[in-house]
Ligand binder design. Structure first.
Ligand SMILES: CC(C)(COP(=O)(O)OP(=O)(O)OC[C@H]1O[C@@H](n2cnc3c(N)ncnc32)[C@H](O)[C@@H]1OP(=O)(O)O)[C@@H](O)C(=O)NCCC(=O)NCCS
Length: 177
């Protein structure tokens, strides 16, 4: 499915495609970037391409993924919604930036139009971010985006046979303007 395109001062946020495999692999193939992701690192760029393909094939009511690129066309990251429950009007966000571009404020800039889209076009009432306690950068990002920390979910994730805790964050439509 084609998602809407958003422009920010430095970035274009648009549907991810298999042409983004090499760019995304800078993150998906990196052990540090994937340390707190809910998938193990991709073994090679073709596995990253396969992951993009599966994402694009998912039911858009449940999942959608944007690529984040500079205006010059450099792939810098991705942001997705998943676990969208239309009846309960909630979904979860996932975000990742290629390591060479960390701490430049890029995801702080890319996430707001996606959040607005989730509250308006997808009619969500509650947006969740489920973040491992040790993932300082993602927790800091969630706080910056005005998510509220709610509590620890024990052994909530299972990645490659290993259970992991996550901290639940949420942002309500009434808190977003
Ligand atoms: C989480 C992530 C997407 C943040 O992207 P980013 O573009 O580097 O984030 P920003 O530059 O917009 O920074 C957002 C805030 O986090 C802070 N931050 C970012 N990295 C940090 C770090 N390593 N340590 C402490 N704070 C950090 C920034 O300083 C900023 O807060 P501030 O303005 O109050 O200082 C990126 O670190 C990443 O890709 N991590 C690996 C993937 C991942 O774990 N995703 C989340 C799974 S839940």
């Amino acid at each position: 499915m084609t998602l809407p395109v958003f422009e920010t001062p430095r970035l274009i946020v648009r549907s991810i495609t298999e042409h983004d495999a090499e760019g995304l692999h800078e993150a998906y193939g990196d052990a540090d970037a994937m340390r707190h992701w809910d998938l193990p690192p991709s073994v090679d760029v073709s596995q990253t391409a396969e992951r993009i393909r599966l994402s694009a094939e998912a039911d858009p009511r449940w999942h959608g993924m944007w690529a984040v690129q500079t205006h010059a066309g450099r792939f810098v990251g991705a942001i997705n919604y998943h676990a969208h429950n239309e009846q309960q009007r909630r979904l979860a966000l996932g975000w990742i930036v290629v390591p060479s571009c960390w701490r430049q404020g890029l995801m702080t800039e890319a996430a707001p139009p996606v959040i607005s889209h989730c509250f308006t076009r997808l009619n969500a009432h509650r947006i969740e971010a489920r973040i491992e306690p040790e993932n300082v950068s993602s927790r800091r990002l969630a706080a910056k985006l005005r998510f509220t920390e709610e509590g620890l979910l024990r052994d909530w994730l299972c990645v490659a046979g290993e259970f992991r805790n996550v901290v639940m964050y949420s942002l309500l439509r009434t808190e977003w303007s």
